[in-house]
Design a protein. Sequence first.
Length: 365
Amino acid sequence: MSEPSIIWEVQLDTRWMKFGPKESLVIEKAYQGGKMGCFIKVKFNNQVKKYQIDLKKMVQINCQTKFVRKIRRVKAMLIVNVTDKKKNLPPKKILANVTEWKVVKDLKSLEGDRCSICLCDFYEPEEEENTNLIEEDGPKLIDEEEIGENEDNNNNNNNNNNNNNNNNNDDSDDIYHPANYEAQDEDTVVLKCEHKFCVGCIVNWYNHSSSGKDFIRCPECNNVFGVRMGNQPDGEMKVVIHKPGYLPLSGYDNVGTIEIFYLIPDGIQGDEHQNPGQPYAGTSRTAYLPYNKEGKEVLKKLQTAWVRKLIFTVGTSVTSGRENTVVWNGIHHKTKTSGGASNYGYPDNDYFNRVSSELADKGVK
């Protein structure tokens, strides 16, 4: 879910850091009341420091050292992810819902096709007996009248066969079971991507790859059906839009900047994580996108990925080697405004194609 939010931030060298919820509430209350300023207390390294907030000059003043820092009030969009509730549906029910599969009734229509998992043929035609035996008395002579009668009969039979074929082509009910039919393991199903599988095979594939989840990846084409959910811990994602020139990205100087804040606090790992019951270290990250067509499209996908708990996971940090910590989950972000691709910044001409491909691989398109 998402909702509008006001955040107050203080400038630390080249980056902005938001105030805590209590401090932001005090400052916002003073701002809404038309006051010139207020005082706040911030606990830092087991020490309580007092600051004066000057809302006319928009600065923070350390009451002890008199050091001054800029502050700002930002309208942001807050996207909160909520732990999904398991439905505990049987695998066949889940697969029928997410793939919208059709259960084949007329196996003859699948002649020549086979299941790509077990490689069995869906339909094996029976061998017909050879009735074209030569009579012992030799070939029988047919007179002209008999030939004419046979031709008329053949034409009538062909017309009847053509009519029957046309009726079969128009009526898919003859090929598939009705939607309320309960599939059996020995049945054959056709997924939305038109790939065909034995019911027992596709259920086993689901149990080994996505057990208990509301999605499956087609073994043949890798399309994701359903909504893929990750194991990202609960947290919040905030989005701020800056005007052109305020926080420019290299190569995008003439457009605004989308600034994304991720915050996941420390917590305890659940059953969906590697070490259930053990604590994990949270994280806070900032990422950037240009405020143009491509950037807005990627932002929309990232918001969907966030709600589906796909952006982060709990694991081992590649950079620090620290275990049981929140880490990126294979969707690359630009965490710097400049420096190029090698420094996780801009410009990077291929970034939008790469990140869109990574999102699509997780079912976000």
